[in-house]
Design a protein around this ligand. Structure first.
Ligand code: GLN
Length: 253
């Protein structure tokens, strides 16, 4: 019991402290989640289950030392405005140019695209796709569907679409990983992965595993070519030392 007028901290509204599973496929990797708006908390939980050490990214300095970065779902216009006001646009581009892997879900797909059909919001332009916003309809038209995703072994993925975009056009360097109703909804290009749906809202970790495998493959580490195979990657933090060198755009701030 506390006396009238006393206050108690609402710790549950804060993001969880990292408790990475020490033996998962992501052990030894540091992955940031852009935490300006949207469902960043759920991505952290999913990544930590795989063994990644996670960090919320709100400022350019938070990118230092990361192997990967997740851009969560939310509202792409808001996320872009906040990225601009926090001066994160160029540092995230530099993180990508320096070899950092990026996974954009839903609004995150829009954020990484070369452009949008609507022409707004401005995008990071780090993936050769054109996104159509709200392509499947309004919030009330949100749905889930079982999808076969290339690179994800086993049963179809339960894909949750919430006012989701689709990929209207993709350049020749883009590999489409999944389609729904004839439209591309998952793809990768180099070190950038996107899904129009939200794997962080289900218990299925295989898309996050695919992202972890992309990070490891870029570093030449063995044993993580396909997600969902159940083969845990070894923790090899030293292989990532080079990635942790600060990108110039961050170092010079
Ligand atoms: N429709 C939103 C946008 O345009 C994205 C929705 C989501 O991330 N679930 O930003």
């Amino acid at each position: 019991m506390s006396s009238p007028g006393a206050t108690r901290r609402l710790d549950w509204i804060l993001s969880p402290e990292p408790h990475p599973c020490p033996r998962g496929t992501g052990a030894g990797l540091a992955v940031g989640v852009l935490a300006l708006q949207g469902d960043f908390r759920e991505h952290r939980v999913a990544l930590e289950r795989l063994g990644c050490a996670t960090r919320e990214v709100r400022h350019a300095c938070d990118l230092v030392g990361l192997d990967g970065l997740v851009l969560p779902g939310g509202e792409s216009t808001t996320i872009h405005k906040l990225m601009e006001s926090e001066e994160l646009v160029e540092p995230i581009r530099a993180f990508h140019a320096g070899g950092g892997a990026i996974y954009g879900t839903c609004a995150g797909l829009i954020t990484v695209a070369r452009d949008t059909v609507e022409g707004y919001p401005p995008t990071l332009g780090i993936m050769d796709i054109v996104a159509r916003r709200n392509a499947f309809g309004r919030q009330v038209a949100s749905f889930e569907a079982d999808l076969a995703v290339k690179g994800v072994a086993g049963a179809p993925v339960c894909a949750v679409f919430i006012r989701a975009p689709w990929i209207e056009r993709a350049g020749p360097g883009v590999e489409v990983l999944a389609e729904h109703a004839g439209h591309a909804v998952a793809a990768r290009q180099g070190s950038v992965l996107v899904t129009a749906f939200h794997p962080e809202l289900t218990d299925d970790a295989r898309l996050h595993e695919l992202f972890v495998a992309m990070i490891r493959r870029r570093d030449g580490a063995a044993g993580a070519s396909e997600a969902g195979t159940g083969a845990p990657g070894a923790a090899e933090p030293d292989r990532h030392a080079a990635r942790r060198a600060q990108p110039a755009a961050i170092r010079n701030r």
